[in-house]
Design a binder for this molecule. Structure first.
Ligand code: FAD
Length: 510
């Protein structure tokens, strides 16, 4: 420490603010970090949280709250809502509304409202000391904070929680002269801010894996506000999700005009004098046949996954082990890292779902354990989720493929139904991708292993069913449940056709 201080003193612009002691220091003020620090403070712990946003390649930064409120779930869902309203306006005429004149979407109005919402969502928990400072570990009990003005301090703590999340992955497989070329790609918030500013009615998403759900969601919401969106997919869409459901989701998007370039890998992006971006890519048709293609786009959005934000944290030096493949922090079931008083939660932790509610819950439970109030561990099984594509897809539990590989094809029973949401009838909307599927253990009481739904308000539907799946729902219990009529969710309680039977699974009548 003394040697470090002497080093800092030589660096004239660094002002040292002294050392402060806490029960808990949290590095990262996003979903997990804020939830953890709030809970710990409420339980009487002396807590500090350090949060600092490293500007993106385009120089975009944002405030406290992390990915979810600033560049993730919240702006994405609000944009999705904007797109849904567009569909509702299309439907409205058929329900008797007269909408005067052609309607159009104003990007900037939306952006203003969304930004206000993000500020509303996020504040520092009471009784938590907040530092807008970049944190790193000096040793297992000492955190160094350095802010943008060069003010430095050290904080010592009994326990340290790392909740630094992740950042977008940059394309590295393709030829890029310098970072300026990467800037042509648009990332997250920058996307939300800049697509329309290109002023073209053309926006395409370069996605070397719409396997990443965010890629599909972005394409869907851009198409939903009237932009011309294309998606480039290297292999499959929504990797890790049930592939039949993924095909329904992309099939619906294709039917509504989003173009998909399947089996394609981008090779370069160049800015033309016109300001448009020339994208070149390889279409892999087979092991022997590859076709080089190119086209111009007004915007390119990379949605090729995220990398854990561990840079500059000094983790290996203090003994915190990183996963050799993912670079995430290796954690035990109690979120403990390889250093016993240092913990990691949320997107930065290895093997955890990259979702806000899991980061929040893990943070709260950890705070309770650290305060000696509970022994409860976070249960990462049967975490429900929803993909907010134009046709939403919600699920909980195993995909059909995972159930097959875990139990064997003959040992699972898959019930399914194609249904038509009532609201689609008068509106004459295509319902061919609205589908429910329940994957059960075939033996005994037919425990539900996975539940899948495409259709309106999928998140709202699946949230309720997730409780029952966690409680050990069986097929008989599902069938004994009285549905709410007329809803889409009731289709899950009526489901009775098995895939094995080969019978037509289309729901007819009321
Ligand atoms: P974050 O929320 O990312 O917070 C980490 C914070 O730590 C950031 O503020 C970061 O700047 C800061 N930080 C990093 N390094 C340091 C350092 N050295 N010192 C100080 N501060 C530092 N999840 C859902 O559940 N539902 C969704 O619909 C959904 N949609 C998404 C859409 C998009 C476009 C994206 C990108 C993500 C989405 N997610 C969604 C995922 C969700 O946002 C993340 O899982 C969640 O935010 C992770 O929380 P976290 O606390 O781990 O990290």
């Amino acid at each position: 420490m003394a040697a470090f201080r002497r080093g800092c003193a030589r660096w004239q612009q660094v002002r040292f603010l002294g050392t402060h002691h806490y029960d808990l220091v949290v590095i990262g003020g996003g979903s997990g970090g804020l939830a953890c620090s709030r809970e710990a403070a409420q339980l009487g712990q002396k807590v500090a949280v350090l949060d600092h946003v490293q500007p993106s390649a385009r120089g975009t930064a944002w405030g406290l709250g992390g990915t979810c409120v600033n560049v993730g779930c919240i702006p994405k869902k609000l944009m999705h809502q904007a797109a849904l309203l567009g569909v509702a306006m299309d439907d409205a005429g058929k329900f008797g509304w007269s909408i005067p004149g052609p309607v159009s979407h104003d990007w900037w109005v939306w952006l203003r409202m969304e930004s206000a919402q993000a500020h509303f969502c996020c504040h520092v928990p009471q009784k938590v000391k907040y530092f807008n400072t970049r944190g790193s570990l000096l040793d297992r009990h000492t955190v160094r904070g350095l802010d943008a003005k060069g003010t430095e301090m050290t904080l010592t703590a009994r326990n340290i929680v790392i909740a630094t999340g992740g950042r977008p992955r940059y394309p590295t497989h393709m030829f890029i002269h310098a970072w300026t070329e990467v800037m042509f790609g648009i990332f997250n918030k920058v996307t939300f801010a800049l697509v329309k500013s290109h002023g073209q009615n053309l926006s395409r998403m370069e996605d070397c894996g719409a396997s990443v759900y965010v890629g599909l969601e972005c394409a869907g919401l851009l198409a939903g506000i009237g932009l011309d969106a294309s998606v480039m997919v290297r292999s499959v869409a929504l990797r890790g999700f049930d592939q039949q459901m993924a095909q329904l989701v992309t099939g619906h998007m294709e039917a509504r005009g989003t173009r998909f370039h399947w089996g394609c890998v981008p090779t370069s992006v160049e800015k033309l004098p016109s300001g448009l971006l020339q994208v070149k890519w390889t279409e892999v048709r087979s092991d022997l046949e590859r076709v080089e293609r190119e086209d111009t786009f007004s915007s390119v959005l990379w949605a090729i996954g995220r990398v854990p934000e561990t840079t500059g944290l000094n983790l290996p030096q203090v003994g915190v082990q990183l996963h050799p493949d993912t670079g995430k922090i290796v954690v035990a079931t109690d979120e403990r890292t390889t250093v016993s008083n240092v913990y990691a939660i949320g997107d930065v932790a290895e093997g955890r779902p990259e979702l806000t509610p899991t980061a929040v819950k893990a943070g709260k439970l950890l705070a309770r354990r650290l305060a000696g109030q509970s022994n409860q561990l976070m249960d990462y099984h049967s975490v429900p989720t929803t993909v907010f594509t134009p046709l939403e897809y919600g699920c909980v539990g195993l995909s059909e493929e995972s159930a097959e590989s875990r139990y064997g094809k003959d040992n699972i029973e898959v019930y399914h139904a194609f249904y038509k949401p009532l609201e689609f009838t008068i509106a004459e909307r295509d319902a061919s991708h609205c589908y429910v599927k329940v994957v059960c253990d075939r033996a005994g009481v037919q425990r539900v292993l996975g539940l899948h739904f495409t259709g309106p308000s999928a998140g709202e539907v699946i949230q309720g069913f997730a409780v029952s799946v966690r409680c050990g729902l069986t097929y008989a219990q599902l069938r004994d449940t009285v549905g709410i009529h007329p809803t889409c969710a009731e289709e899950l309680t009526k489901i009775h056709i098995t895939k094995r039977s080969g019978l037509d699974a289309t729901v007819t009548g009321c």
